[in-house]
Design a protein around this ligand. Structure first.
Ligand SMILES: Nc1ncnc2c1ncn2[C@@H]1O[C@H](COP(=O)(O)OP(=O)(O)OP(=O)(O)O)[C@@H](O)[C@H]1O
Ligand SMILES: [Mg+2]
Length: 287
């Protein structure tokens, strides 16, 4: 097996492991953990996404140990719009994880959409600190995603709930980042409008894989919008491969639509939703 195939298989395994510790919603569904030994150093990532708030804990090597996720509309385009709600949710998630691993979470790294003014970015750090953790650092989200993907070249496109974030890599370095509105919320709004159903019903339909083939024609224009945003930002930057992450990249056919629109080979990683939160944890120095 060539090294690229090995790397992809390892990445798929890594992301499957992350989902296994983060995804089950009820405590009873989560794998029981023996209390972690105090000498195990932890990394913690907090993603205050537009739609999902995620807290993930890894060991020093980045192996996922525990996590929590929750539907939360506390941030918009990098702005914390519900500070008190965000702190409450995060504190609850932190406590549940602490119970499960038998360790206090004292620090965390967090992120912000690329290009958000630094004053607004601080609000994210304040949420982490008000929830009882020292904010060890902040990093833009597509760069965080690349902590996991470790791409040397090409572009990372993170299609979340509210926005599409883009990072262009060259020789291992992030040379350009951008972030624009258009994400999963827009997919849901289009489905709700087309079918005459509520936002909640449309969200449930959209995230049911069996429903996606019939919904694809409805959301294709939104996917093309994601593609046109991406194309505009990568144009002239020598990108010859696009890697997609973020919850909305999981929609059936996303890679094909983007690839056909832009004409650059495009791939969605398997299990794309927790790539950025994991990358935030990798930004947190182990303690
Ligand atoms: N299987 C799926 N198919 C399609 N969409 C999905 C799926 N799973 C999750 N989503 C969508 O992904 C979005 C959440 O993704 P993610 O957690 O990456 O966003 P976020 O970080 O909260 O938002 P942002 O990055 O824009 O701030 C939601 O709109 C959700 O409906
Ligand atoms: Mg996100």
């Amino acid at each position: 097996m060539d090294s690229l195939a090995t790397a992809q298989r390892d990445l798929a395994q890594y992301l499957t492991q992350a989902e296994a510790v983060i995804l089950p919603r009820r405590l009873s569904e989560k794998a029981e953990l023996a209390p972690l030994a105090p000498e195990i150093k932890l990394r913690v990532g907090v993603d205050l996404g537009t739609t999902y708030m995620v807290l993930v804990v890894t060991d020093e090597s980045g192996a996922p140990l525990a996590g929590e996720w929750q539907f939360a509309e506390v941030a918009r385009d990098g702005l914390v719009v519900d500070f008190v709600g965000a702190v409450d949710l995060l504190r609850g998630m932190k406590q549940r994880v602490e119970q499960r691993i038998g360790r206090a979470l004292t620090h965390a790294a967090s992120g912000y959409p690329a290009g958000v003014p630094s004053v607004e970015v601080r609000a994210t750090a304040h949420v982490v600190e008000a929830a009882g953790m020292e904010c060890s650092g902040l990093i833009d989200e597509p760069s965080a995603a690349n902590n996991v993907l470790m791409l040397r070249e090409g572009a990372v496109v993170d299609v979340g709930g509210g926005t599409t974030g883009i990072a262009v890599l060259e020789d291992n370095d992030v040379i350009y980042v951008a972030d624009e509105p258009t994400g999963g919320t827009h997919f849901t709004l289009v489905i709700a409008g087309s079918l005459g159903i509520s936002f909640e019903e449309a969200e449930a339909l959209k995230t049911t894989p069996d429903e996606q083939p019939r919904l694809l024609p409805l959301v294709r224009p939104v996917m093309e919008k994601v593609a046109s945003i991406t194309e505009r930002h990568i144009r002239g930057r020598g990108v010859n491969h696009i890697t997609m992450v973020g919850g909305s990249s999981a929609f059936l056919g996303m890679a094909d639509v983007v690839q056909n629109y832009i004409g650059v080979p495009t791939q969605v990683v398997s299990h794309p939703v927790f790539v950025t939160p994991l990358g935030l944890a990798l930004h947190d120095p182990p303690q």
